[in-house]
Design a protein around this ligand. Sequence first.
Ligand SMILES: [Mg+2]
Length: 275
Amino acid sequence: MKTLTIGKILNDYQDYLTDYEIEDLRKVQRSTTDFSTQVRDLKLALFREEWDFMGDSMADSKDRSRGINPMSQTYTDRVNKKREAFGVGKIGDPGFENYCDLFCEEVVRQTKNYKELLELKRRKEKQIVFVDMDGVLVNFQSGIDRISEEESVKYAGNLDEVPGIFSLMEPNEGAIEGYKWLCKNFDTYILSTAPWENPSAWQDKLHWVKKYLPELAYKRLTLSHNKNLLNGDFLIDDRTANGAGKFVGKHIHFKEEGKGFEDWKAVVAYMKNLA
Ligand SMILES: [Mg+2]
């Protein structure tokens, strides 16, 4: 994943930009507006071609609806070269608008000059991070490996409902060290879901936290099937289920291929830029 700040774009990517794009980018760099305003302004500064359709004539508009780009080839080539350099899709590629949104969000986050973060720093407070348990802090497989054969047959397909299974699980590699590092640099909490049909899991999860993170996670455990209702800046979670995919801050999709967060080392390396 490219971790670019506006400063880095201005230093290293000027060859791909026009004078007016550079000028607009500098304006965004100087602004201290809120996160979403900066994302929108950055998108306008860097990827104005996404609004080209607004200047279309009737004929242009007809061409565009047939999948023909009415802009000149020189212009289209220049724009696509720039988009390629930033790793966002070419104009007209499926989902190209979403790539730009995600790219701009990431740049604003890395630039760390938006209102919400500046206010936190002024109050000497930290950004909020939620960390999931199963698959992130906890090695789920280590619990499965320890249940009896009888239980694995009885609960086949629903192994998370085996009574006591969560008390048998070990931490994932690097998870405890990673959580400790997060606690020093962020306001860190645990946010997990326990199976509805396995009441002992709710208790076992508390025991697990008390055993492995007794002080750092003291009274910082939330069990919820609606993770999107929690307010925070980051959620480190290996799934999108139970509201994780709709979390308001940045979802750090742990172990998901292509997302750049394959293990705890990668997560800490990413978070270091943002602390
Ligand atoms: Mg999980």
